[in-house]
Ligand binder design. Sequence first.
Ligand SMILES: Nc1ncnc2c1ncn2[C@@H]1O[C@H](COP(=O)(O)OP(=O)(O)OP(=O)(O)O)[C@@H](O)[C@H]1O
Length: 262
Amino acid sequence: MKNTREPVIRISDLRMKYGDKYVLNGVDLEVYPGQIIGYIGPNGAGKSTTVKIMLGLVEGYSGDVSVLGQSPSDGKVDYKKRIGYVPEIAEMYDTLTALEYLSFIGELYGLKAVDAELKGIKLMESFGLQDVSNARIATFSKGMKQKVLIISSLLHNPDILFLDEPLSGLDANSVMVVKEMLALLAAGGKTIFYSSHIMDVVEKISSRIILLDGGRIVADGSFEELKAQSHEGSLEQIFNQLTGFNEHRAIAEKFVSIVQEV
Ligand SMILES: Nc1ncnc2c1ncn2[C@@H]1O[C@H](COP(=O)(O)OP(=O)(O)OP(=O)(O)O)[C@@H](O)[C@H]1O
């Protein structure tokens, strides 16, 4: 995809190993404002590791990484104020009420507590959480917690949003709201970096899909481009083809026969 703007993320020859095992094997990537990147790959492919490196949460990598013009390893944190993150598994301070949590997170991002609260109240209302804003997060359902996490990632109006399975636990109506919201944010110039295993959602929302396998990018393009290259009909089929997987039936049969061995 041709793009005349400066990339907001620039990664070159990124490698990372745990022990003596390389989990990232030379990743090269440039991401531009307004793109919704669907970042997909098999379990253990290195997706979260890449994202955590960009967020400055994982160190010890080699190669160049620049996020909003800054390297996560140079110790400065200002770029983090322009980033939002919804982790797949979040540690929430669940003895706090939703509103206390949002004002706390807002302050971490440099907002005044009162502004974070006001914004938090309005955003919770849009998600139908107005009646529980003063209830402790510990009493929330999975989907309600997920909504609070999504709100907390956006309080400071970030330029890049990293999302790891953000729709997890959300009901069908809320899923539609979030999908639409991501499209609007991207149309307004925000960059969305979306990791998920739910292929039909990735297929629909992404302007660009990046498939990571074995620590390398093995496909990069719009859904239409990947479809034309692979001669497959859906992203799920493209994923199976590119990761060389066609054994689902045999694996399922073996699994069920072991279950039934009594
Ligand atoms: N802190 C760690 N110490 C050792 N190995 C790790 C660590 N974090 C991740 N790994 C390993 O790195 C590899 C990549 O993990 P990563 O979490 O990046 O994969 P992923 O693509 O996000 O997977 P999933 O789709 O399952 O979330 C895995 O083999 C994992 O076991």
